[in-house]
Design a protein around this ligand. Structure first.
Ligand code: ASP
Length: 356
């Protein structure tokens, strides 16, 4: 009789412990919002083996059904912000995304994962790196193969992104991209291969870390200003200043500078040769754009690595230009758009390019 009562007690205690542990596990899980914007990761091919496919064809819920495992490590909430190929990414989606990310991080989100096409992922990542006002993890993820392909890379990348998002060590790292088992910083992100699943690199600084067995391992962190240390704020903006990129090459003329001036752009970023050098024609036209039309000019380079340094072969102060340092033309365009929401002064813009 006594033994039976004891067994009952022990059983009751065990049941209670199980209920408490399930409840505390559910509580311990962090809330991760997955914001979907389209891209190949949401792409659908005609067959499992051919190359042709349509980006941004499936919804966020269909996308996440391929990785049910993420529900074991986080409370997942999903929202469809857009469903486009990222070649069509634009200022309006950027502003919407940045505002929504800030809103959610102020509410119940512990972290955000954004699914995004790879074509312009580096630009969106950098825009968010400069406009998100939180140190909670914000991670972009894409894939190089559509969801219908054999060995689709999307599900693994999404799992790794969520696993990285819930790890405490991911706080304060700025906006990152998690793909191909790597964690990459937005301050030096480049798509380096048109087809490979390992396309993204941090070509100047090296990756922030790797994801191994579903856990992030960080090996460096960014010393550039970002997120909570950024001076840029798009909360009250409904549009961004227009900035175009103009390439230099043998025989490049003033043609596109003239067109940009006519279109009343606010800024021009150059993708120069070597250390941001320009043909004489181009340089003269840009000098006039600065002096006669008040257009901000930032010199960057078409070379993938190394800084576009000030005062090398070009006297930036004399021309009223700023130099991009380690920002390639695409990130430079993003930074100049944000810089122009605050100032037109080339020296102040130069300071920003040295700090971000
Ligand atoms: N065109 C696609 C996109 O950027 C390519 C990709 O996602 O890999 O949306």
């Amino acid at each position: 009789m006594i033994m039976r009562t004891n067994i009952k007690r022990v059983f009751g205690l065990l049941m209670m412990m199980m209920v408490i542990s399930i409840a505390s596990n559910a509580q311990a899980k962090k809330t991760v919002y997955i914001l979907a914007t389209g891209g190949t990761i949401a792409g659908q091919g005609a067959t499992e083996v051919t190359a042709g496919y349509k980006a941004g064809a499936i919804t966020v819920d269909e996308l996440l059904s391929a990785v049910p495992e993420i529900k074991d490590i986080a409370n997942i909430k999903a929202e469809q912000v857009a469903n486009i190929g990222s070649q069509d990414m634009n200022d309006q989606v950027w502003l919407k995304l940045s505002k929504r990310v800030n809103e959610l991080l102020n509410q119940d989100a512990d972290a955000i994962v954004i699914t995004h096409g790879t074509d312009t992922q580096e630009e969106t990542a950098y825009f968010l790196n400069l406009t998100v006002k939180s140190d909670k993890p914000v991670i972009l993820v894409g894939s190089m193969r559509p969801s219908t392909a054999i060995s689709a890379d999307g599900p693994r990348n999404i799992y790794n992104a969520v696993a990285t998002a819930v790890a405490p060590e991911s706080v304060g790292k700025g906006v990152t991209v998690v793909m191909d088992d790597k964690i990459l910083g937005a301050d030096d992100l480049a798509k380096t291969n048109t087809l490979s699943v390992g396309t993204f690199q941090n070509p100047n600084y090296g990756p922030l870390g790797i994801v191994y067995n579903g856990k992030p391992i960080y090996t460096r962190q960014s010393l550039k200003r970002h997120t909570i240390n950024s001076e840029f704020d798009v909360t009250n903006l409904s549009e961004l200043p227009r900035v175009e990129i103009i390439l230099s090459y043998s025989n490049a003329t003033s043609l596109f500078v003239d067109a940009a001036v006519k279109a009343h752009v606010k800024g021009i970023v150059t993708a120069g040769v070597g250390n941001g050098n320009l043909t004489t024609d181009l340089q003269n036209a840009l000098e006039k754009a600065v002096k006669n039309h008040g257009i901000a000019v930032v010199r960057s380079s078409r070379i993938m690595t190394g800084p576009t340094a000030q005062w090398d072969e070009i006297n930036d102060d004399q021309l009223g230009f700023s130099a991009s340092w380690f920002n390639n033309p695409y990130r430079s365009r993003v930074l100049l758009m944000l810089a122009l929401t605050k100032t037109k002064d080339y020296k102040e813009i130069q300071r920003m390019f040295s700090e971000y």
